[in-house]
Write a protein that binds this ligand. Sequence first.
Ligand code: ZN
Ligand code: ZN
Length: 250
Amino acid sequence: MPSDRQVLAAARSSGLRRAALAVRDVLYPPRCAACGRFEQGFLCERCHELLIPASGPGTCGNCSAPWDGADFCPACMHWDALDGARAAYRHEGPARALVHALKYRRVRAIAQTLAPDIGGLLAAEQLTVAFPVPLHRRRVRSRGFNQAEAILDHLALERPAGGLLRSRRTRSQVGLDLAARRGNVAGAFDYRGERLDGARVALIDDVLTTGATANECARVLKDFGASHVVAITFARANPPDRAWPTGGDG
Ligand SMILES: [Zn+2]
Ligand SMILES: [Zn+2]
């Protein structure tokens, strides 16, 4: 079986690259993204049982981050436009492996595995309009697709014309602290489309970390009339720059 790198090396241009990835997804049987077993789809039963829900006791009711205290946790206190975040699972173990395979191994078909959990969260929050968090067009070209859009493709939702755009290229948020993340995405988004007066909007992505990107997107959507904006993601990562109350090292 050729490696991902060999498949990609064979396809220099982005159109060919996309086609090569699509062919790979069809030709090779899915294997569990977490343990590699060829079983049922991209997540085997055993690894499915290891997923840790990002809800219930021990999580912040506003943002799904681990939190034992009352009210908002320190991870979401700084959001001034985003009304909350819901995630299906913590970004650990098999959830992390799925997200990684979708985004960095570019196995687009994994979006189908992530979509039902996202759909369940959308219904529970009564969100009527959903937009994917946009990637810059150069990032889309190199990855072959926007992972948030790929997830939405598997949900039966009315897709409004237009949507959010990334108007400025930003560096990756990975490894940046909160202040740097906020500065990195400030003013990076734009919206093209009909007004959203009174709409309850879902911002779809694979994983949420500090929420700086989603908060910035929410600001733009509210400028265009949205009344309520909630980030809906498959996984919730621990924000990197805060001490968790149960973390042990302050
Ligand atoms: Zn497995
Ligand atoms: Zn919170």
